[in-house]
Design a protein around this ligand. Structure first.
Ligand SMILES: C[S@@+](CC[C@H](N)C(=O)[O-])C[C@H]1O[C@@H](n2cnc3c(N)ncnc32)[C@H](O)[C@@H]1O
Length: 214
């Protein structure tokens, strides 16, 4: 149960454990990975061979893979999700790449209580997960594990026709963008809010905020 006392509409772990393979296929064909990789490449992320990167709510590893596609330096990348089956799919997809053994860890955990010390990560990626949690709790925990000044690349589902269909299908709750901005500014500076080109399917349901921990 989230801290505000309201029960989640569904158990996301059970849902994503059941649909991990189908979800991965859907995400593969819709080009999300290329869109996220292109966006990450456009940023001036100051990462080096010591950097720690976290994909929180990683699901089947689409965003983790997008990060690896960019060829950016890092010491370790951690993929964290509630769903064990989604993490297995992520692990299998990364096993096919050289990055698996030397660079990627898979952690089953909750984005609201992550098993990491304060100020650990140099980059945090969060795509389509805080729709399952109270927004403020999720962003506060994200800020806790990030180093001061480090970026959070945050992709919430945006209010839209496609977003509403996904909301019904996947049983989550879209946060109004005004609430996203308001909650973000408690813990982060908003550096940018990028809209993907309409020709990229990710644009139909997601927007992307570049946040920097205060
Ligand atoms: C829509 S999928 C997004 C997955 C991935 N980020 C992507 O963009 O492909 C939502 C994911 O959030 C995970 N999830 C939901 N609530 C969570 C929580 N409280 N902690 C960790 N993961 C959670 C689900 O298991 C699922 O894998």
């Amino acid at each position: 149960m989230p801290k505000n006392g309201k029960p989640l509409k569904t158990n996301p772990r059970g849902l994503y454990d059941r649909i991990a393979d189908v979800q991965n296929l859907a995400m593969k064909v819709n080009g999300y990975r290329a869109s996220v990789a292109k966006y990450l490449r456009s940023l001036d992320l100051k990462l080096d061979a010591d950097s720690l990167v976290l994909d929180a709510g990683s699901g089947t590893g689409i965003v983790t893979n997008a990060f690896h596609d960019c060829g950016l330096e890092s010491r370790r990348v951690v993929s964290l999700d509630l769903s064990v089956n989604s993490l297995k799919v992520a692990r299998d997809s990364l096993k096919k790449r050289n990055v698996f053994s030397k660079q990627t860890d898979f952690v089953q955990g909750n984005v609201l209580t992550m098993p990491f010390a304060d100020d650990t990560f140099d980059l945090l990626l969060m795509c389509g997960v805080l729709e399952y949690t109270p927004l403020d709790d999720g962003l506060r925990e994200a800020a806790r594990v990030l180093k001061k000044g480090a970026p959070l690349v945050f992709l919430p589902v945006k209010p839209s026709v496609v977003g509403s269909v996904l909301e019904l299908l996947y049983n989550f709750k879209i946060h109004p963008l005004a609430s996203v901005r308001e909650a973000s500014t408690r813990y982060f500076n908003i550096v940018g809010n990028h809209e993907f080109p309409i020709t990229e399917p990710i644009s139909w349901s997601k927007t992307i905020f570049l946040l920097e921990k205060k």
